[in-house]
Design a protein around this ligand. Structure first.
Ligand SMILES: Nc1nc2c(ncn2[C@@H]2O[C@H](COP(=O)(O)OP(=O)(O)OP(=O)(O)O)[C@@H](O)[C@H]2O)c(=O)[nH]1
Ligand SMILES: [Mg+2]
Length: 213
């Protein structure tokens, strides 16, 4: 299947295929890394966001990169997404992406409390690597469609995000729920940090302000 080949090669550049490629260089690019434990759905939410496709089969990631062009709050930008390994044997790659990522999606699975338990350590690793007390981040509780198997409550997720000073989203790569909002939130955080955009929080739904080109 063509789609399978594109993302298993580890790089999918939507801009290369889209009609907007001639303008790509005009837009600032942001680099974000999707991090979390094994099998929590990091690849699935990334592929859902970039390709609007649900990856049903579990194939542990070593490291894959994707590129997507979007408009957030009226400003076009290129997003480089690094889908990282959750399996322990690949933690040697961690230093690299912690250093190069500008923002981080911290992902756990709501049906696996141990994956939630791993998040504080990951959070600390990010702050240590960046040597900062505040790094653009979003906390994501994935597999929200599997409500009957839930082990981590929404309140636990919200409380942890509050401690981190970031937003919390419950997503489903299966249904696509909240995926755009979660990724757009982190891009806003990166832009705010970079000071490249004059962003005023909107009162209405954020979804409308995140447009995929
Ligand atoms: N029902 C449901 N299944 C999901 C969801 N997200 C991921 N999965 C499934 O969970 C399994 C693991 O998903 P992956 O995206 O490969 O997990 P990962 O975090 O990338 O795993 P590593 O690459 O090993 O770190 C796959 O079988 C996915 O289909 C979701 O939101 N809902
Ligand atoms: Mg993966």
């Amino acid at each position: 299947m063509l789609l399978q080949q594109m993302y298993s090669q580890g790089h999918y550049d939507k801009g290369d295929l889209g009609s907007d490629c001639g303008r790509r260089t005009e837009h600032p690019s942001v680099r974000l890394a999707v991090i979390g434990g094994g099998a929590v759905g990091k690849s699935a939410i990334t592929v859902r966001w970039v390709l609007d496709h649900f990856v049903e089969m579990y194939d542990p990631t070593i490291e894959d990169s994707y590129r997507k062009q979007i408009v957030v709050d009226g400003q076009a930008c290129l997003v480089d997404v690094l889908d990282t390994a959750g399996q322990e044997e690949f933690t040697c790659l961690r230093d690299g992406y912690l250093r190069t990522g500008r923002g981080f999606a911290l992902v756990f699975s709501i049906i696996e409390s141990s994956s939630f338990g791993e998040i504080p350590n990951l959070y600390e690793s990010v702050l240590r690597a960046k040597e900062k007390t505040n790094v653009p981040m979003v906390l994501i509780g994935n597999k929200a469609d599997l409500e009957s198997q839930r082990e981590v409550s929404s309140q636990q997720g919200r409380d942890l995000a509050k401690q981190f000073g970031c937003s919390y989203y419950e997503t489903s790569a299966l249904t696509g729920a909240n995926i755009d909002d979660a990724f757009c939130s982190i891009i806003r955080c990166i832009k705010q940090e970079e000071g490249t955009a004059e962003l005023k929080p909107k009162k209405k739904s954020k979804r409308k302000d995140c447009m995929i080109l």
